[in-house]
Design a protein around this ligand. Sequence first.
Ligand code: PHE
Length: 387
Amino acid sequence: MYTVPKLDNYSPDALDRAVADLLSALDNEIAALHSEADWKTFRDRWLARKNGVLTQINDTWLKAAPGPAKRDVGQRVNDLRQRVTDRVEQQKRPDATIHVSGVQVGSFVGSMTMPALRASGTIVSIPRLDISLPGIQRPIGVKHPVLRVMDEIVAVFKAMGYSVGEGPEVETDYYNFESLNFPPNHPARDTQDTLFIAGQEGKPPRDRLLLRTHTSPVQIRTMEKHPPPLRIVIPGKVHRNDPLDATHSPLFHQVEGLAVDTNITFCDLKGTLDHAMKALFGSSVKTRFYPSFFPFTEPSADMQVSCIFCGGKGCRTCKFSGWIELLGCGMVDPNVFDFVKDNGYDSSKISGFAFGMGPDRIALLKYGVEGLQPFFEGDVRFLEQFA
Ligand code: PHE
């Protein structure tokens, strides 16, 4: 058991030695602690105001120190008081981490001998690991709500025999516009608020790069690779030059669909999309088709679903119309097939339909979120609600 020695030498070296002796005695006593009762005795021995080791140090080292050494001794005694108090208190916490020769070996509960240390020739009595303590919680990530909706949409079409396709987000003017029957300088291009890659003036217009404004270029890319028949869904990111607000985002998502075969009609388009909407929103949902325009489909339509909030009676979300516009669609324009004629897409023999929908908007509706912003801001307080 450690007893506080009287000092007759107050040189820095001698003080260093005295401090080191005291700390190693402290560690030895800690290693011998086995129970809460042990710890209480140990604490009193070191910290008791009356005659605890710290008090003794104050009395025998500091008070007895000669004038010139007082300052140095005072500093060391203060420092020791802090260190000893910390070490003693640390032993009390049941989850306190215990270190043996600098290696973390467990938490304070009882005592055991660690085989690895014994094997190395050192027999050390170390505290037992309390496996009943709560563990460290590591939150598990979940799918982003928009990704979840995209996966659901894709699953609905997979079940109907569709394959999944992908294409690049940095696209050429040819795939994004020209082959989709947007003639050069056609005003329909203006509706897409395209972001172009800078510094490409030297290239022929059709080779210039841009951020794809829709997933439709993957229609052509897929038809170039695979002859008909074809059924494919294409989930992906798209970009337009729009600032982020409740209904717009410079980056958003689309799920494109394309079906090509002999005798595909507008009935197939309606039946397929009606089924998909019922699978996504529930069997009571209704669909209706309004005439619209896209350069790459003819005829073209906008599809609306009966409001999933009010069931069609009229509410704030559907602006009291009972309907919500959800996607663009149409029969593939023969001019589009002409760009892939060499791969078997002869518009006198085959036909097809295409559609494109926005999963961001669908996620807004499905989860009752007010605006698009939180989907793109990465705030975990919003995202963890979907865990
Ligand atoms: N690409 C169109 C858009 O982004 C949507 C669409 C896809 C329309 C396929 C018809 C057919 O607005």
